[in-house]
Design a protein around this ligand. Sequence first.
Ligand code: NAD
Length: 432
Amino acid sequence: MKLSIIGSGYVGLVTGACFAEVGHQVICVDNDPKKIQMLLAGDIPIYEPGLEELVTRNVASKRLLFTSSIEEGVHHGEIIFIAVPTPPQLDGSVDLSYIEVVAREIATVLKEYRVIVDKSTVPVKTGEKVAETIRRYNKMNTHFDIVSNPEFLREGCAVADLMKPDRIVIGSNSDRALALMKKVYEPFMAPILVTDINSAELIKHAANSFLALKISYINAVASICEASGADVEKVADGIGSDKRIGRNFLNAGLGYGGSCFPKDIAAFIAISRQLGVPFTLLEEVQRINASSLERFLNKIREALWVLREKKIAVWGLTFKPDTDDIRCSVAMQLVAQLLKEGAQVTVYDPKGMDKARELGTISGVSFASSPLEAACQAEALIIATEWSEFANIDLLALKKTMHTPLLFDGRNLLHPDVVRGAGFVYVSVGRS
Ligand code: NAD
């Protein structure tokens, strides 16, 4: 099938590449000319395991094209996927201006029937607004259908998630559009859940809010473990081995971050308020999340007494491992706070340092080229992102290079007995 994707970021590019991989003819559109130039030159603007091979292979076979022309995109695809940003506004509600711009742009060049699919995460009832906008700005009265097809990929394993999804949600009020959408996804052989448009839109916010709730739940349990001498890892195993609950998203630590969870939870709170049914439970989820970082910082302050001029190493900047994405990363917030309190911070991250340098919010930090270089002469080391590289570190070499063997593990990545056995003072989350 001929498919177009508008917005070639983490979602759009990976989706486009996976659609091409299963045989569709895909064109990815982006209004950032630098991004399109990079892609046309064979460079991949983001790090995502397996993505480069996939893009290279499908560009070579001419199933994956790139353009900055929305007109070309609308002309090419019988189905047009929108994957542009939906960032938060100051009050937590969603800034839908990117979606609105794309809807207007599509409308002005829409000449034949198209299915317009929203893949971005949007508030319930956005589909109705997109349809209204297209009708208003399309002078030719062209027939089209709107579909909601939320994306559930996880950065760091986005290719695998897209190629083998748990389920595909298609929200549609049109049999014609639904039949086309089923054809798009046929090669993926995944369960398809068909709903109305509003329900599909709501599924995405409800799913992310639930996952965030699990994280805050275990972080609240971690505080109780710390107060009582229990071990949160054992408690999480005990809870999580119950199939009704599951072990995923029960990892105590610094809390959730990233480009999705914080904004999607804030959005769901705002949506529920606007609908007159405030979802106050989610406000508590947010509060626990913010306090998880603060509680951890307090442990560091307690151990180091005064942070000013203390040499601190931080491992990890990305919001999770196996990505270069630092958007709303808790690790970045932690580094910014240490700098604010006057610490001399040296960081190392396997993939996130270029983006951190570009962003500039932690200027004043030193970037190291290896974990051990970052830890050299450090009075404390903090693990802020659970990269496997850090789990396999040579603890004796680490101890030798540090000024003081004091290790704060914000992700419970290491085993307390092993680290203490190597001569460290070890502080983690929810366990003594
Ligand atoms: P992103 O910022 O990585 O990519 C968005 C792209 O859209 C950018 O390349 C930008 O240049 C482009 N763009 C903006 N306006 C445009 C326009 N008018 N025309 C063409 N291109 C335009 O964002 P992302 O992480 O891919 O997220 C996109 C959406 O998907 C968001 O709603 C997000 O919440 C949702 N989502 C993200 C993830 C994730 O893990 N990143 C997962 C599921 C859903």
